[in-house]
Design a protein around this ligand. Structure first.
Ligand code: PEP
Ligand code: MN
Length: 338
């Protein structure tokens, strides 16, 4: 529990609150900031339940710290975190769009995509080399060859790249080629893998699990942060509900909720959230309006021939149109698209 004192609270008022809390058998930790003093309270706080602390002189508010995640918690880190990936600053003053195919399929496909999305306004190239497919008979990805093609596209265009990793072997390979590691929805609670990506120190894009609560998601982020890696970006990508008209249900409330609970940047992936190309644009707009720091959008040179997720992938023309029409809204939200 934290007692936040008013900016003009006198030393006497602060000392009175401290003495009172200590008289109840609890420990206090004082932190004098530039503007306010914060009193941390440690011990069995139930003894304070009926003591009306909030109306004592000089007290502004009482904040409960019950969450098990600390490093991801805004209460312990009020400043927003900005994660740098190449020249893109996620959580900074610009909307950052990551785009590219669901799966890397060939050198031409990735390079053509990188050139097209960069021209439209994307700052990061995405592409899966290890694909966690629902069916073991579906295309599983090009693995290290796919990572190499992503690196070649990066070298040709200057776009940093993000690729999903699904195992320790994939992490060991990916660190040689990519700028950001992605933990997919299906691995959000693979705690061993979270620790391994944490140890690399590379920026990590942590997607929300299919049935994960926001609390579980932030605890997953905590695993990465606890390894000494502060570069975590959260990605809302839809959750499982009773609704079947879309692949998942996009939980847009996650954006303001995360904003309130954590300092970590949050982006939205309307492609995997809906599974339907026609719904990507409206939900991309809604995500930006909700305050997202960025978007992940799947694109493909020829979606009908895609080896994975063709029905939700945009053509380059559709992607360019999306970026162009999004510009006024992103500027209005204070995060213009470069
Ligand atoms: C992906 O981004 O390629 C992907 C598989 O997404 P998710 O983990 O959100 O399903
Ligand atoms: Mn996909």
């Amino acid at each position: 529990m934290i007692i936040v004192m008013k900016p003009n609270a006198s030393m006497e008022a602060i000392n009175n609150v401290v003495s009172f809390v200590q008289s109840q058998g609890l420990d206090t930790h004082l932190s004098h900031g530039h503007e306010v003093t914060i009193i941390g309270v440690v011990g069995d706080k139930t003894v304070l339940a009926d003591k009306n602390l909030e109306i004592k002189e000089g007290v502004d508010r009482i904040v409960a710290v019950t969450e098990s995640y600390k490093l991801a918690n805004k209460k312990f880190h009020p400043e927003p975190t900005v994660v740098k990936v190449g020249n893109a600053n996620i959580g900074g003053n610009n909307l950052v769009i990551m785009s590219g195919p669901c799966a890397v399929e060939s050198a031409d496909q990735v390079l053509e995509t990188a050139i097209a999305i960069k021209k439209a306004g994307a700052q990061i190239l995405r592409g899966g080399a290890y694909k966690p497919r629902t069916s073991p008979y579906s295309f599983q990805g090009m693995e290290e060859d796919g990572l190499r093609l992503m690196k070649e596209a990066k070298d040709a265009t200057g776009l940093p790249v993000v690729c999903e990793v699904t195992s320790l072997a994939a992490v060991e390979a990916a660190v040689k080629y990519v700028d950001m590691l992605q933990i997919g929805a299906r691995n959000m609670q693979n705690f061993f893998l979270l620790k391994e990506v944490g140890k690399t120190g590379l920026p990590v894009l942590l997607k929300r699990g299919l049935s994960a609560t926001i609390d579980e998601w932030l605890n997953a982020a905590e695993y990465i942060l606890a390894e000494g890696n502060p570069n975590v970006v959260l990605c809302e990508r839809g959750i499982r509900t009773f609704e079947t008209a879309t692949r998942n249900t996009l939980d847009l409330a996650a954006v303001p909720v995360i904003r309130q609970k954590s300092h970590l940047p949050i982006i939205v992936d309307p492609s995997h959230a809906t599974g339907v190309r026609d719904y990507v644009k409206p939900l991309a707009f809604a995500s930006v309006a909700a305050g997202a720091d960025g978007l992940m959008i799947e694109t493909h040179p020829c979606p009908e021939k895609a080896l994975s997720d063709g029905p939700q992938s945009l053509t380059f023309a559709q992607f360019e149109e999306l970026c162009d029409t999004l510009r006024p809204l992103s500027a209005m939200m204070g995060k213009p698209l470069l």
